[in-house]
Design a protein around this ligand. Structure first.
Ligand code: GLP
Length: 240
C-alpha cells in the first residue's frame, strides 16, 4: 500500500484528480470505478477543471460507480446518480450510456446487483477504482462484518452510516439498504485509489493502514491489493 500525505484536503483531492486524469491519458478507453461522498466533490471539481484544460478526455471512457441506495431512482435528488451528474457527468464528455450505477429502483435489487457485477466483467473489469472510507472503516457500502470475498449485492446500512448520510435525505428518512460492489469486486480492480480527508477519518485510516486485516474494518482489505494508493491530508493521517 502506497500512502501519500498531502498538507490539506484540497491538495489531496487534486492529487487524486491528477491520478485519474493520468490514467485516462495512458488509456483513453479506461474503465474507471467511481465513488460518491462529500470527500469526492473536490476530486470531481478538479477533474472537470482538468477536462476544461484538455487533460482529461472521457470520450472513450467507461465508468462504474460503487453503489446506490435501494428504493431510490436515478432522478431522486439524494441518489448517487444525481450526485454524479451534478459533480462530474454533466460537465465532461462522458457518454451517458457508458456511465453506470446500480439501479436503486430496480424491481428485484438482488437481480440488479448480479446484473451489475456481470456488466463490470463484460466491460473488461475496472482499471482504476476510486474509493472513500466511512468513519467505521466501510468502503462503498461494505459495512463492518462484510465478507472479504463479497460481490455486488444488497447490504443493510448501519445506523451510524444512515446518520452520516442523513443530510442528503433531510427531512425524509434515509434508505435502509443499498446495492454495493463487494469487497472482492473492488479488489479485482487493477489499481485502487482511496482518498480520506479530515480528522473524523483518522481512526479508520490508521486501522486500514496499520491494523490487522479483518472484516470489522472492511478497508483493511486494501492491504491485500498489490496496486493500492491511499491519499490523505494531514488531519486524516494524524493517527498513523
Ligand atoms: C458513503 C459511501 C462511501 C463513502 C463514504 C464516506 O456512505 N457509500 O463510498 O466513501 O460514505 O463518505 P464521505 O466522503 O461523505 O465521508
Amino acid at each position: 500500500m502506497k500512502v501519500l500525505i498531502l498538507p490539506d484536503a484540497g491538495s489531496a483531492a487534486l492529487r487524486c484528480a491528477g491520478i485519474l486524469a493520468d490514467c485516462l491519458g495512458r488509456n483513453p478507453a479506461a474503465v474507471l470505478g467511481l465513488a460518491t461522498g462529500e470527500t469526492m466533490r473536490p476530486v470531481y471539481a478538479g477533474l472537470v477543471d482538468l477536462h476544461g484544460a484538455g487533460r482529461a478526455d472521457f470520450a472513450r471512457a467507461t465508468t462504474f460507480n460503487l453503489d446506490e441506495y435501494v428504493g431510490v431512482g436515478p432522478d431522486h435528488p439524494a441518489s448517487f446518480a444525481t450526485f454524479m451528474r451534478e459533480a462530474l457527468f454533466d460537465h465532461v464528455n462522458l457518454d451517458p450510456a457508458r456511465a453506470h450505477l446500480p439501479r436503486g429502483d430496480a424491481a428485484d435489487p438482488e437481480a440488479e446487483a448480479a446484473r451489475y457485477e456481470a456488466a463490470i466483467v463484460g466491460a473488461g473489469g475496472i482499471g482504476l477504482q476510486l474509493l472513500g472510507i466511512g468513519r467505521n472503516g466501510h468502503i462503498a457500502f461494505n459495512e463492518p462484518t462484510s465478507s472479504l470475498g463479497s460481490r455486488t449485492r444488497v447490504k443493510t446500512l448501519t445506523e451510524a452510516t444512515r446518520k452520516a448520510n442523513a443530510p442528503a435525505f433531510a427531512p425524509g428518512p434515509v434508505p435502509r439498504h443499498a446495492i454495493t460492489m463487494g469487497i472482492a469486486t473492488i479488489l479485482q480492480a487493477r489499481a485502487c485509489l482511496l482518498l480520506a480527508t479530515g480528522a473524523a477519518k483518522a481512526a479508520a485510516v490508521a486501522r486500514m493502514v496499520e491494523g490487522p486485516l479483518g472484516a470489522d474494518c472492511p478497508a483493511t482489505a486494501l492491504q491485500l491489493h498489490p496496486e493500492a494508493t491511499v491519499v490523505l491530508d494531514e488531519a486524516a493521517a494524524q493517527d498513523l
